[in-house]
Design a protein around this ligand. Structure first.
Ligand code: NDP
Length: 257
């Protein structure tokens, strides 16, 4: 066993790191072949489904709860820098778990249980592993006056704002009761098919820079592996669905794909 994977002293943490790495390693090539079957790409043949809102809450729940439980209880040090990272992670995941699902419009939308179970398992590993690394291996995370921590925090907040705005544009395209799709025309959507994913990747890039821990870096790699192929699938979907879709729009970000 490699010495950087502390199976003997922290088997659960090491197992969680391995799980996230395996998820990411499988996800990236797989999503180029099979588009994740939810939202606009939902289709028959993926087993039982459940209401989309319930699915989002259930699958995201282990992130804010697992991160907080480990951060607050694991033996180790909770420094000001650690608390800042705690606040960033919870800012993102409390919103994603308890607010975002209830802003979605499109009555009767469903989600395959399989996608919920996969995301649930991933989040059970990812949130706790990130918190554990900060508390246990965070000797480099001390005061707030640290250039890398502040730069990472700035990048995270920029990504969060872009993700929020891009999602807001999408979530307000439908009038209450509507469930169809339209061409978004505001904000970064004028240039990019999935600017919400671009913002999300910046967020976790900022978090990885600020935290400088193995699970934060793995989470960034997983997010790219998960969202980059999906952004391509979204662009392809828009082009096929709308003859008037602006041909110059890219998939993920300015100059990206
Ligand atoms: P989408 O962009 O596919 O959809 C976001 C919401 O907007 C959904 O409610 C969707 O409805 C609606 N919507 C999207 N496009 C249109 C349109 N053209 N017209 C009308 N309504 C539209 O995002 P995801 O559902 O994939 O992701 C949601 C959030 O979760 C994003 O912020 C994303 O970054 C994040 N996420 C993060 C991941 C990670 O690995 N860190 C993984 C997946 C998501 P409908 O559901 O009916 O399609």
């Amino acid at each position: 066993m490699p010495s950087w994977l502390p199976f003997e002293t922290h088997p659960l943490y090491a197992g969680a790191l391995l799980a996230v790495a395996v998820f990411g390693g499988i996800t990236f090539p797989l999503l180029f072949v099979v588009t994740a079957p939810y939202g606009r790409h939902l289709r028959a043949g993926w087993g039982p489904t459940l209401p989309a809102r319930l699915g989002w809450v259930l699958m995201e729940l282990p992130s804010p709860v697992g991160f907080a439980a480990v951060f607050l209880n694991a033996p180790g040090t909770r420094t000001p820098a650690g608390w800042l990272l705690f606040a960033l992670f919870e800012l993102h995941y409390l919103y994603r778990t308890f607010v975002f699902p209830f802003r979605m419009r499109g009555e009767g939308k469903r989600k395959p249980a399989l996608t919920v179970v996969m995301a649930f398992l991933f989040n059970c590993a990812n949130g706790p592993a990130n918190a554990f690394a900060i508390v246990t291996f965070g000797a480099h995370l001390q005061g707030l006056a640290d250039a890398r921590l502040l730069a990472g925090t700035g990048l995270f907040l920029l990504g969060w704002a872009l993700n929020q705005h891009a999602d807001h544009v999408l979530l307000t395209l439908r009038a209450p009761g509507e469930s169809g799709y339209k061409i978004p025309q505001r904000g970064l959507h004028r240039w990019v098919a999935s600017p919400n994913y671009f913002g999300e990747i910046l967020e976790w890039g900022g978090f990885a820079l600020a935290a400088a821990t193995a699970p934060a870096l793995l989470f960034l790699l997983f997010t790219v592996a998960n969202l980059a192929p999906r952004a391509r699938a979204n662009l392809r979907w828009y082009r096929q669905r709308f003859a008037a879709y602006p041909p110059e729009r890219r998939a993920l970000g300015p100059f990206l794909w």
